[in-house]
Design a protein around this ligand. Structure first.
Ligand code: ADP
Ligand code: MG
Length: 294
């Protein structure tokens, strides 16, 4: 099984090669190709996870379609049979991992919703910084929050994202856009968390991106994937212990175990880490969508 580490569509203009996805200009739209690259702590690893780009693309498409009654999104075309007609360099390594989308101006903030306290919010909370949120004392790592919270973060070009106060986030995007992004983020999170729970998974937190178009604000990028979200086994969850997850945590835990200092380049992941992570992503996809991954 081969991982697609980078797409190479020489007849199209590459607009952006991100940590995971490559975007090309396509007649006024964007063609987004999800590669099998894996990033952790904002650094791309040397090897990829076969099929990861396909899993992320199919899972995002599932959620975009389910959530289209909440807010508009960027999808224009997700059907390979139609997409391949527009790409003269098409080959089967691209199957299942391309979408054609409406171009937007991404907001300079990441819109994070959290139902549980973990990661950077827990670290800040321990240091007494609750970002103006009304959080009760004594929460343990992984605890459920009294209600889901919106914690926007900077979108750092380089380095790690930093949590923003409400007023700093409003300064960046304007109060009106902020309010809409916040209410959509919480509404989508709520619906997605409910659906996930019926599949035995806790959606602990997730990150969305929104972008501005001539028609207003739309949901862009990827949604509710194991790259952008924390999905935990509901029946094994207990606060204060490390949750069993079907997301990228396995890769992060491995990187911590080898003492990697988080500076690029990322290390080579051993086969067993690749295989376990791949299986976790497939399991997450299959449980959430109810479809078999082929
Ligand atoms: N509809 C869109 N219009 C413009 N940019 C988009 C759209 N959807 C996603 N993007 C951008 O494309 C990139 C996706 O690739 P990714 O590998 O996630 O990059 P990054 O390393 O910046 O996270 C992101 O920078 C995201 O903001
Ligand atoms: Mg990204």
């Amino acid at each position: 099984m081969l991982a697609l580490l980078r797409s190479q569509l020489d007849r199209l203009t590459l607009v952006h090669r991100g940590k995971v996805r490559d975007s090309y200009e396509l007649d006024g739209h964007l063609l987004i190709v999800a590669s099998d690259r894996v990033s952790a702590f904002d650094v791309v690893m040397k090897n990829g996870i076969p099929d990861k780009g396909r899993i992320l693309t199919q899972m995002s498409n599932f959620w975009f379609s389910r959530l289209s009654e909440v807010c508009p999104n960027h999808l224009v075309d997700t059907d390979d049979d139609k997409i391949k007609l527009r790409i003269s360099d098409w080959d089967e390594s691209l199957a299942g991992r391309c979408v054609i989308v409406q171009k937007a101006h991404p907001l300079p903030i990441e819109c994070v919703a959290r139902g549980y306290i973990m990661g950077s919010l827990y670290l800040d909370y321990q240091n007494g910084d609750t970002h103006g949120l009304d959080l009760p004392p004594g929460l343990q790592e992984g605890d459920i929050l009294p209600e889901p919270v919106f914690t926007p973060a900077t979108k750092a070009e380089v380095g790690h994202d930093i949590n923003l106060s409400e007023s700093d986030a409003k300064d960046l995007v304007g109060a009106e856009v902020y309010d809409l992004a916040r209410s959509w983020t919480l509404e989508i999170y709520q619906r997605a968390a409910e659906h996930s729970l019926t599949k035995g998974l806790i959606l602990a937190d997730t990150k969305f991106e929104f972008g501005l178009t001539d028609d207003g604000l739309i949901l862009i990028d990827e949604v509710l994937t194991p790259d952008s979200s924390r999905y935990w086994e509901a029946d094994k969850w207990s606060p204060g212990s490390s949750p069993q997850s079907v997301d990228k945590q396995f890769v992060r835990d491995y990187l911590k175990s080898i003492g990697w200092d988080k500076s690029p380049p990322g290390p080579m992941l051993p086969d067993r880490v690749i295989e376990t992570t791949r299986n976790k992503y497939i399991e997450c996809y299959e449980r959430i969508t109810g479809q078999r991954f082929e």
